[in-house]
Design a protein around this ligand. Structure first.
Ligand code: XMP
Length: 319
């Protein structure tokens, strides 16, 4: 949108929700910029009639559920934390196919939501869908590239009416709206994180061991990149994380042979995720990430590589 004015957008969105919503609203609040901005917008319009459900899938980033609880409280949102770790892990047992993983995660989300929506007697479902989500999910004239989790037909199955106030916005516009709404900087400047979380940063089967490895590798990657940005060594990439490949390769610890996984560091510069260029991270920063990962995940990871593929032809995530 050229000349996008966040204040005007907020005023109109709140008015529209106030005028059209006459019952309880439920939202899947992930703590990302899209769902947080949607929650605060809807909360402005309907107050306590909005319940924000935070589903802990077990595929969250390190310390994320605890931090989100604090932030939700500070924003004055009515939140409910649902511990679904075991349900997600067992639903994904033995599943390797990327789209099946998304489908299983999406369907389990629906089930959990149905339970929560029934308990809350919700009539509406608010979603943080933004323009690239539905464009890439086959909305309109394009082919389906990936069936993104947050556009998975939730409302039809649940019999709830849909509220999607950010539907026409791109990421940079959502960030501007979030800032004006008083959302903490750590949220509105935060990199995007996919709905199925770390489950789609594991190529192949999702197991507890693999989730723990990739959670640690992602935390190290984020921390080192953020430190390098703070020290002025590089620009902050649009998205930066680690991916776990299922194949093992040989390494050496001291004079002992080790056999471990490969971790890919992925960092891209983009405006809206529709296309992306790999980030030109300084070698010294990559070196530090690699050393930390192989030290802290000794015996588990023997190799760290950097992905230099743009989108297209690659996508940002690996599955
Ligand atoms: P891709 O991998 O399609 O990613 O180039 C583009 C943007 O979308 C995010 N992404 C997802 N978000 N559910 C989500 O909510 C998903 O299944 C999913 N897959 C990719 C990705 O992180 C990037 O920001």
């Amino acid at each position: 949108m050229i000349g996008f004015k966040p204040e005007k957008f907020i005023e109109e969105a709140v008015k529209e929700i106030k005028n059209s919503v006459d019952g309880n609203v439920i939202i899947a609040w992930s703590g990302g910029v899209d769902s947080t901005t949607t929650s605060v917008l809807v909360n402005k319009a309907v107050g306590e009639r909005l319940l924000c459900i935070f589903v802990d899938t077990g595929f969250m980033r390190k310390n994320e559920p605890e931090r989100m609880k604090e932030i939700g409280k500070a924003l004055g949102l009515r939140i409910k934390m649902v511990d679904a770790k075991n349900r997600f892990l067992s639903a994904l047992k033995g599943v390797k196919d990327p789209e099946k993983k998304r489908k299983i995660c999406g369907e389990l989300f629906i089930r959990i939501f149905e339970e929560e929506a029934r308990n809350f007697e919700a009539k509406y479902l608010a979603q943080g869908t933004i323009a690239p989500d539905w464009i890439e999910s086959g909305g309109g004239i394009r082919d389906t590239i990936k069936s993104h989790h947050n556009v998975g037909g939730l409302p039809e199955k649940m019999g709830l009416k849909l509220i999607e106030p950010l539907r026409e916005l791109y990421k940079d516009e959502v960030r501007k709206v979030g800032k004006v709404l008083g959302i903490p900087k750590e949220i509105y400047t935060r990199q995007p994180f996919p709905g199925p979380g770390l489950a789609i940063r594991i190529v192949g089967e999702v197991t507890e061991e693999r989730v723990n490895i990739i959670r640690e590798a992602c935390a190290i990657t984020e921390k080192e990149i953020e430190s390098a940005v703070a020290e002025g060594k590089m620009e902050k990439p649009w998205q930066y994380f680690a991916v776990l490949l299922p194949t093992k390769s040989v390494g050496v610890h001291g004079d002992v042979r080790a056999y471990g996984y490969t971790v890919v560091i992925r960092a891209v510069d983009s405006i809206d995720g529709m296309s992306a260029a790999y980030s030109k991270i300084p070698h010294e920063v990559l070196q530090k990430i690699s050393t930390k990962i192989t030290n802290e995940l000794k015996d588990k990871v023997t190799r760290v590589v950097y992905d230099i593929t743009n989108k297209p032809p690659g996508t940002i995530e690996y599955i």
